[in-house]
Design a protein around this ligand. Structure first.
Ligand SMILES: [Fe+2]
Length: 293
């Protein structure tokens, strides 16, 4: 079985939209059984829909997990917070699922996709600050982490998402991470028990393993690493022996690692300025992930 993956295609950039057309053609030419979209298509619904539609025309199975950008909405933060009806979980659990399914895609946070003896499981995942260096953890107040702000620079999720608990109160980022991890853990556990499933591919937008986190040793980068993912996600994946391939997105750094029993990799397209004039053929070669399983 051949599985392709893309992440962080950020289609709000025209250059990326043009590249994505070529990526779809490249994927179609190699005839994979499935293609995974590992989050951060865009915060614009029409562009998420079109990305799924374009892939679904070429590949039989298109599986998607949202990225943090896909969960964003373009409304003032005060308005979101003050509107008790607004809850990012609704976008995550219902709106994106309906949209992706109506375009012929499979919404992995709702349920894994089983293709013969291979299953694909996935989650957006979130962050719990576990990738913040311990020495910084001691220096940075919890309020700065909760507000996601350092030296006047703020992480985008803080003002574009409002995850609410059952009582309607704003959930902390670690609470959001726990909820997403627990759903994924339950899905992986059910695949472990399923005798028809032999191998599992696990895709999460946020990062699962410390080793994949890009380190600069300088601020503000190391502060923002707090929002890259959670090590607990990796620990949960490690508990499930059938998982052999793990895909991450979110960071715009490419990587391909062997961690324990798993191949762990990410092939983000990222923002145009991050590619530094990389030739198109190199983009098409390095920004699509391939699994032969
Ligand atoms: Fe992201």
């Amino acid at each position: 079985m051949r599985i392709a993956s893309v992440s962080d295609i950020h289609l709000d950039y025209k250059v990326n939209r043009d590249l994505f057309v070529k990526m779809v053609a490249e994927i179609a030419a190699r005839r994979p059984d499935a293609v995974l979209v590992v989050g951060d298509v865009c915060h614009i619904d029409a562009l998420i829909a079109v990305s799924i539609r374009m892939l679904a025309r070429e590949v039989e199975h298109v599986a998607y997990v949202p990225g943090n950008h896909d969960l964003w909405v373009d409304r003032p933060w005060g308005e979101l917070l003050g509107d008790p009806e607004f809850d990012t979980w609704k976008r995550h659990d219902e709106l994106l699922k309906t949209m992706v399914e109506s375009e012929g895609g499979h919404y992995l946070p709702s349920q894994p996709l089983c293709l013969g003896d291979v299953a694909i499981a996935g989650s957006c995942g979130w962050y719990d600050y576990s990738f913040l260096r311990p020495e910084l953890r001691d220096q940075i107040p919890e309020s700065s982490l909760d507000d996601q702000i350092i030296d006047g620079m703020q992480w985008g999720d803080r003002t574009r998402t409002v995850f609410r608990d059952a009582a309607g109160s704003l959930m902390s980022s670690p609470e959001v991470a726990r909820r997403m991890e627990n759903v994924l853990d339950a899905q992986l556990a059910s695949l472990e028990r399923d005798p028809t499933v032999e191998r599992v591919v696990c895709a999460t937008h946020h990062q699962q393993y410390e080793r994949t986190v890009r380190r600069t040793g300088t601020l503000p980068w190391e502060f923002f690493n707090a929002f890259m993912g959670s090590s607990r996600m990796g620990e949960l994946i490690d508990k499930h022996p059938k998982v052999e391939h793990v895909i991450y997105g979110h960071t715009h750094s490419l990587g391909d690692y062997r961690i324990g029993k798993c191949r762990v990799f990410g092939t983000p397209l990222g923002y145009p300025h991050e590619r530094n004039g990389l030739p198109e053929e190199d983009i098409l070669r390095t920004r699509i992930g391939w699994i032969e399983i």
